[in-house]
Design a protein around this ligand. Structure first.
Ligand code: DC
Length: 241
């Protein structure tokens, strides 16, 4: 049995399937699953609730000193606590989603988050998912994946995940309106996440890039599982898909 510390990094744009893959890998190989996006989301919620301007880096930095964020890996995902209060569901709302992308452009916020994330992963066996895990948080990760898909495929998948009735927090409307709102939200986040000056979203030079545009979920999972087995020689602890 290989029980040494081990980091598997999974980066990529919104809607590329990172969470599904990370969850699956963690279960399959008995690792902890840590979703770093949830931490940026929790901080965005704090800023929204505190009335702090999401573009004011100095005010956000001050706010970060009064903020505690805890990620608890649980069956099927992460439980997120903001200042001791559970916010797991609330941070998936549309206002927080855009807010997370906005607060994450500020260097002091990224430095703080990276420190927290390194502490969470240190000496553990984790699948860590985000935008800069393989490039900044753990540049020496044991294995890195960059999961990508076309903007059309990603917004289509997001659309299929949500009921047209609730529009995943994008407001009510016809199927076409909800689809358009999701596509717009993804485009805005893509632009911000890829073009920010500090740690923009990009694949690490040594990441395995998987474009899942024309792949089924099962094909993606099988391909990633095979790479993990081949590169890291890890024992499988849970066979089920
Ligand atoms: O993965 P997610 O959709 O939960 O991430 C929400 C936002 O947080 C995303 O638009 C950009 C930011 N983020 C980041 O900048 N770095 C990370 N490692 C994870 C997320």
């Amino acid at each position: 049995m290989n029980e040494r510390a081990c980091i598997i990094a999974i980066d990529g744009p919104a809607g590329a399937g990172k969470s599904t893959v990370a969850k699956h890998l963690a279960k399959h190989f008995g690792f902890l699953n840590l979703e770093t996006g949830a931490m940026y989301r929790a901080f965005a919620l704090k800023a929204l609730e505190s009335g702090v301007d999401l573009d004011d880096a100095a005010a956000l930095e001050q706010l970060s000193r009064e903020t505690s964020i805890t990620l608890e890996p649980v069956e099927g995902g992460n439980r997120v606590l903001l200042d001791g209060v559970e916010v797991t569901a609330r941070i998936r709302d549309a206002d927080v989603t855009q807010g997370a992308s906005r607060v994450s452009v500020h260097p002091p916020i990224r430095v703080w988050m990276v420190g927290l994330q390194r502490a969470l992963g240190r000496n553990r066996r984790v699948v860590m998912e985000g935008r800069d895990i393989g490039t900044v948080v753990f540049p020496n990760a044991d294995l890195k994946f960059f999961l990508d898909a076309s903007p059309e495929a990603r917004s289509q998948r997001r659309y299929e995940q949500v009921s047209p009735m609730d529009g995943a927090g994008t407001g009510t409307g016809t199927g076409a309106q909800v689809h358009a709102a999701i596509a717009k939200e993804l485009r805005e986040r893509d632009a911000r996440d890829r073009n920010r000056a500090e740690s923009p979203l990009r694949a690490a030079p040594d990441a395995i890039v998987i474009d899942s545009t024309n792949m089924s979920l099962n094909e993606v999972l099988t391909s990633i599982e095979d790479q993990v087995r081949d590169h890291l020689h890890l024992p499988v602890v849970n066979e089920e898909l």
